[in-house]
Ligand binder design. Structure first.
Ligand SMILES: Nc1nc2c(c(=O)[nH]1)N[C@H]1C(S)=C(S)[C@@H](COP(=O)(O)O)O[C@H]1N2
Ligand SMILES: [Mo]
Length: 306
């Protein structure tokens, strides 16, 4: 066999590949009785119920939420990740939940989707860069998943590891960030009822560019705390050094609570541009969720623990 590089014209487009696979499956079934598994399809989400945790603001249009964002594994451009992200397969998918727990377990995505009733949660979403959106996520509290594995008393923090596949993610292997993308929360933050395990957007399966098949939304924190395409959740004793802390420790802290009074070293955080609006708005303390989360940080110096 020769090892010459494959010309682009020789790469089978996905649709053709699936067609050929279906043909092979049918042919095999008819003649030899052999079984090829059907191409794994992504099923529709169960209906989501409304949530009292939703904000009363109008959601940002779907085309803006799915058409603008950050996904550094694919691109460092706000729209450059969208095309390449479509090549990522989200089935089969499993999430390992391990570390300081009594019952470590690997969950298939199908089980995760059925673990708790789905809710629509309309949340404010504030990127550390100064843009914001209002997003109708679909999911359920992360706590419902975390409780399944029975965290030990020694578990104080939770780490979230994103998928890293150099075959589909052009920036894995480039030293943009330390891969895989790693984020973390203190245990009480991870168990907080606002912390959402997200599987959908606008009632439908999450688009790949927004973190399919599952990502987190922690609405009182800057957007980078919500890792996309999570494959591993680990209970640990100590605060993790997250991907952004490693990249620029003076710019991105572990807590990353939205705070208009603590500026990023290179820009103010006092105001934000809501996607679709012209005039900037004031950024709210804890992104407007202070009543629900301020107690988590009572007595802490939020300049030091930024
Ligand atoms: N794995 C991974 N997760 C990630 C990122 C990323 O680059 N890789 N970007 C973060 C940042 S900076 C933001 S603002 C949000 C953007 O989410 P959205 O594209 O759904 O708006 O995802 C966060 N999660
Ligand atoms: Mo961000």
């Amino acid at each position: 066999m020769s090892t010459r590089p494959i010309a682009p014209s020789e790469i089978t487009p996905r649709a053709l590949f699936d067609e050929r696979r279906e043909f092979l499956r049918v042919a095999a079934g008819l003649s030899l009785g052999a079984v090829l598994p059907p191409a794994a399809a992504v099923e529709k989400l169960a209906p989501a119920r409304k949530s009292p945790y939703s904000v009363g603001e109008s959601p940002t249009p779907f085309k803006d939420i799915s058409g603008y964002g950050n996904y550094y594994e694919f691109s460092s451009d706000k729209t450059g990740h969208i095309g390449p992200a479509q090549a990522m397969k989200t089935r089969p998918w499993a999430v390992v939940v391990e570390g300081l727990v009594a019952k470590p377990k690997t969950f298939a995505i199908e089980d995760i989707l059925r673990l708790a009733p789905l809710e629509e949660r309309i949340y404010r979403h504030r990127c550390v860069e100064g843009w914001s959106m209002v997003v109708p996520w679909v999911g359920y509290p992360l706590a419902a998943l975390l409780r399944q594995v029975e965290p030990l008393g020694s578990a104080k923090y939770v780490e979230f590891v994103s998928h890293a596949d150099p075959a589909v993610m052009p920036n894995i292997g480039r030293r943009l960030l330390d891969w895989p993308y790693l984020e973390g929360l203190r245990l009480d933050e991870a168990m907080h009822p606002l912390t959402l395990l997200v599987v959908g957007l606008y009632g439908e399966v999450l688009p790949n560019q927004n973190g399919a098949p599952l990502r987190l939304a922690i609405p009182w924190k800057y957007g980078f705390k919500g890792g996309k395409a999570i494959v591993r959740i680990r209970f640990v004793e100590r605060q993790s050094e997250t991907a952004w802390m490693k990249a620029a420790p003076n710019e991105y802290g572990f807590y990353a609570n939205v705070n208009p009074t603590v500026d990023h070293p290179r820009w103010s955080q006092a105001r934000e541009r809501r996607i679709g609006e012209f005039r900037k708005r004031e950024t709210l303390m804890f992104n407007g969720y202070a009543d629900q989360v301020a107690h988590l940080y009572a007595g802490m110096d939020l300049r030091k623990f930024f």
